[in-house]
Write a protein that binds this ligand. Structure first.
Ligand code: ADP
Ligand code: MG
Length: 212
C-alpha cells in the first residue's frame, strides 16, 4: 500500500492532475466527504487528508509514504528525514512582509526601531529580519495574520500573498519580498528504499507531468 498525504484546498486541487498522470484518481472528494482516508481507483494507493503543516510529520514518521507540502511549511518544519525530489510548481505564492498602508516601514527600519512581527512563519521571519540586522519581537499566530496590524497587535506581518486581494481588502501593503513559495513532493526515505518498485513509477509519472 502507498499512502499519500495531502491537505485540502489549493494543494489537493493542484495535485489532482499530477496524480492522474500517475494513474491515480481519488474515489471521493475531500471537500464533501468527511473521511480522512480516501480510497483511490488503485487498490494499492490511498490518500490521507491532513492539515498542511502536518504533512511533513506524517511522512517523516512513515505514516504516509509520500506527501505534498509548501516550501513555507518545509522551511518551518526543517525537512529532517524527508527526501524532496520534486518541486511540483503548484500552489505558487510569495512570502512577504506587509504593513498598514499608513505605516512608514522604511523609516522604522532606518531608525533601528524594534519591530513587532506577527506570523505563522516564525523561522522565515526570524531569518529574514536577522539577515537585515533588524531587531524584532515575534508574535506567533495560527491564521488571519492580516488582522494583527489593524488592531495594534503588531507593526508588521510575514505572510503568504498570491493576488494581494486580502492585503488590499484590509488596508495593508506588501513592503518586502522574502521568498517565492511553491509545493514540493516529499517522500519517506525508508519507504523509498523498501517500496521502490511501487513508488518509483509514481514519482516518475508525476515528474513528467509537472508544468513549468
Ligand atoms: P492552513 O490553513 O492549513 O494553515 P493554508 O490554507 O494557509 O494552510 O495554506 C496551505 C498551503 O498552501 C501553504 O502551506 C502554502 O504552501 C500554500 N498557500 C498558502 N497561501 C497561498 C496563496 N495565497 N496562494 C497559493 N498558495 C498558498
Ligand atoms: Mg487555510
Amino acid at each position: 500500500m502507498i499512502t499519500i498525504a495531502l491537505s485540502k484546498g489549493r494543494i489537493f486541487e493542484e495535485t489532482l492532475p499530477l496524480l492522474a498522470a500517475a494513474g491515480i484518481t481519488p474515489l471521493e472528494d475531500p471537500e464533501s466527504s468527511r473521511k480522512l482516508i480516501l480510497p483511490t481507483n488503485r487498490d494499492d494507493v490511498r490518500l490521507i487528508i491532513v492539515r498542511a503543516s502536518d504533512v511533513p510529520t506524517y511522512v517523516q514518521n512513515g505514516a504516509a509514504d509520500i506527501g505534498v507540502a509548501g516550501k513555507d511549511v518545509l522551511n518551518e518544519h526543517g525537512g529532517m528525514g524527508l527526501y524532496q525530489p520534486l518541486d511540483l510548481n503548484i500552489a505558487r505564492c510569495r512570502m512577504m512582509v506587509a504593513v498598514r498602508n499608513d505605516f512608514d516601514y522604511e523609516s522604522a527600519v532606518k531608525q533601528g526601531a524594534r519591530l513587532r512581527v506577527a506570523t505563522k512563519y516564525v523561522t522565515a521571519a526570524r531569518d529574514h529580519f536577522a539577515s537585515k540586522g533588524v531587531h524584532i519581537d515575534l508574535i506567533k499566530l495560527y491564521g488571519s495574520m492580516e488582522l494583527a496590524p489593524l488592531v495594534g497587535l503588531s507593526d508588521v506581518i510575514v505572510d503568504l500573498v498570491s493576488s494581494g486581494g486580502t492585503l488590499r481588502a484590509n488596508d495593508l501593503k506588501a513592503v518586502e519580498h522574502i521568498s517565492d513559495v511553491s509545493s514540493r513532493l516529499v517522500v519517506n526515505q525508508a519507504a523509498l528504499k523498501l517500496k521502490r518498485a511501487a513508488i518509483g513509477p509514481v514519482l516518475e509519472a508525476i515528474s513528467q507531468a509537472i508544468v513549468q
